[in-house]
Structure formats: structure tokens, C-alpha cells
Design a binder for this molecule. Structure first.
Ligand code: ADE
Length: 258
């Protein structure tokens, strides 16, 4: 076990990349770093909440390990993921935020043994986010974006908040043809995904395994189309960290102790 005195409740905030986490880390009070499995984790306080910041890195395997460490090593009591995604749904544009209601692995296919997208031996394709934590996160996101007219300086003018299904897979989707095929295939199985990214479904599954509340927001950095490889790095560098800080700040104001 770690040498730090870990007190419950401990809220974990996960991001994929250091650039997405930096503004939060800069505000963390008395930050203490611990390295586990080659990953830096930061413990500290923000607005009276005891937090741990963790990086998932990119992809489902890396994200699963980070989530498992947060839970079983540090004793996190809930996990909130803030990151970016490619927009899939019509009207889900760059600068908008998607609040995850469910997650699916778009690259999981054990057919014909199991139906396409079904996670073998779980009997389901969708992993649901915690309704109560998700409602708080959605409210925080609306306030941060000024979607209810409350924010003094909305992050991006006209940005909208969407709620729904997010698809995860070990692939950066970088062409209109690929995102169209992905969307069509999900639709054929009855799923309408709003956004695509590379970690969320893995973290949702780990949290389900540990019966731990999970919630996630994804800011749209690109449209998963032919310019995604240009739009993504620019957005991550210039905007994503501010979104994470502003939304988490709002969330912490409404978050009860775990
Ligand atoms: N994260 C952000 N944009 C993405 C994309 N186009 N594909 C997969 N993950 C992403």
C-alpha cells in the first residue's frame, strides 16, 4: 500500500493526456506525487475535496490499468473522466461537450461466439454511467459552458451540451469514411453514438467490476473526419485543459462527500 495517509472519500479525476490535466494540477493544494506502474498520480485538495488525479494514457488497456490502480491501490471512491473525443452524432460540433450516459467498445467483436459489441461473459454491450454522479456532472458542464446563461465567460461561444452514448476503441478515427462506417455499424446493432474516443468504455467496465460510481464528459476536439489529425492536437493544446478545470471546479461545488 502507498505510504501516504489516504483518507476516504477520495474522488479520482482521470484524463488521458498531461495537457488535459495541467490546469487542474496547477490548482491542486499540497499536491503529492506517487508513481505506480510507471504512472504519476497526484493527491491533493481542491475546494475542500480530497482528490487524486490520474492519467489514463491512450487506449483501453492503459486506461483499465490506471482505473484499477486508482481503485485498488489508492482506494478511490468514484471516478470522473474528463477528456476529448471526436464528434459522431449530427450537430455534435467542436467545442461542444458530450456527457456520457453509456459506453460501448466499437472495436469489440467476438462474433459468432457472442453478438457483435457484446462484452463476452458480461451479457451486455453497454456500460451505464452512475446516474446521480452523471446528473451532477451534466449540471456542472451546463454551468461551465454557460448553457443556462450562468457562466460569466463561457469557454466557447455557442457550445452545447449533449448526453448519450460514447463509443470507445483502440483507433484514432481520422476519416469521414471511417467514422461513417463506424456509425453505420453501431446503428445496425441499435446504437446511436454521439462521440468516439479511446478509453471511456474500459474505465466504465472496470468501475462496474468494482461497483464504483463512474461519470465522464468528453469535449469535442474534432469531427473524427479527414481533418481530425489537425484539429485534435490543436484543441488539446489550446482548450481542453481549461474545459477540464472549469467543469471540475463547478462539479466540486455541487459534489457531496462520497
Ligand atoms: N479522441 C479525440 N478525437 C478522437 C478521434 N477522432 N478518434 C478517437 N479518439 C479521439
Amino acid at each position: 500500500m502507498n505510504s501516504l495517509q489516504v483518507r476516504s472519500p477520495l474522488t479520482a479525476i482521470m484524463s488521458a493526456l498531461p495537457e488535459e490535466q495541467q490546469d487542474l494540477l496547477d490548482r491542486l493544494e499540497n499536491p503529492q506525487r506517487q508513481n505506480v506502474a510507471g504512472r504519476d498520480f497526484w493527491l491533493g485538495h481542491l475546494q475542500g475535496h480530497f482528490l487524486i488525479l490520474g492519467l489514463s494514457r491512450i487506449g483501453k488497456v492503459s486506461a483499465s490499468l490506471t482505473a484499477a490502480i486508482l481503485i485498488s491501490h489508492f482506494g478511490a471512491s468514484r471516478i470522473v473522466f474528463t477528456g476529448v473525443a471526436g464528434g459522431l452524432g449530427p450537430g455534435v460540433k467542436v467545442g461542444d461537450v458530450v456527457v456520457g450516459q453509456d459506453f460501448i467498445q466499437h472495436d469489440l467483436d467476438a462474433s459468432p461466439l457472442f453478438p457483435r459489441y457484446e462484452v463476452p461473459l458480461y451479457g451486455r454491450s453497454l456500460f451505464r454511467c452512475d446516474p446521480a454522479l452523471t446528473a451532477l456532472l451534466a449540471g456542472a458542464t451546463r454551468r461551465a459552458l454557460g448553457a443556462d446563461g450562468a457562466a460569466a465567460s463561457p469557454l466557447v461561444a455557442g457550445a452545447r451540451v449533449h448526453s448519450g452514448l460514447i463509443a470507445s476503441g483502440d483507433r484514432f478515427v481520422a476519416s469521414a469514411a471511417e467514422s461513417g462506417a463506424l456509425q453505420a455499424s453501431l446503428r445496425k446493432a441499435g446504437h446511436e453514438a454521439l462521440a468516439v474516443e479511446m478509453e471511456g468504455a474500459a474505465v466504465a467496465q472496470v468501475c462496474a467490476d468494482y461497483s464504483l460510481p463512474f461519470a465522464a464528459i468528453r469535449t469535442i476536439s474534432d469531427r473524427a473526419d479527414d481533418t481530425a489529425h489537425v484539429d485534435f492536437p490543436r484543441f488539446v493544446k489550446e482548450v481542453a485543459s481549461q474545459y477540464a478545470l472549469t467543469i471540475i471546479n463547478e462539479l466540486l461545488q455541487s459534489l457531496p462527500p462520497a
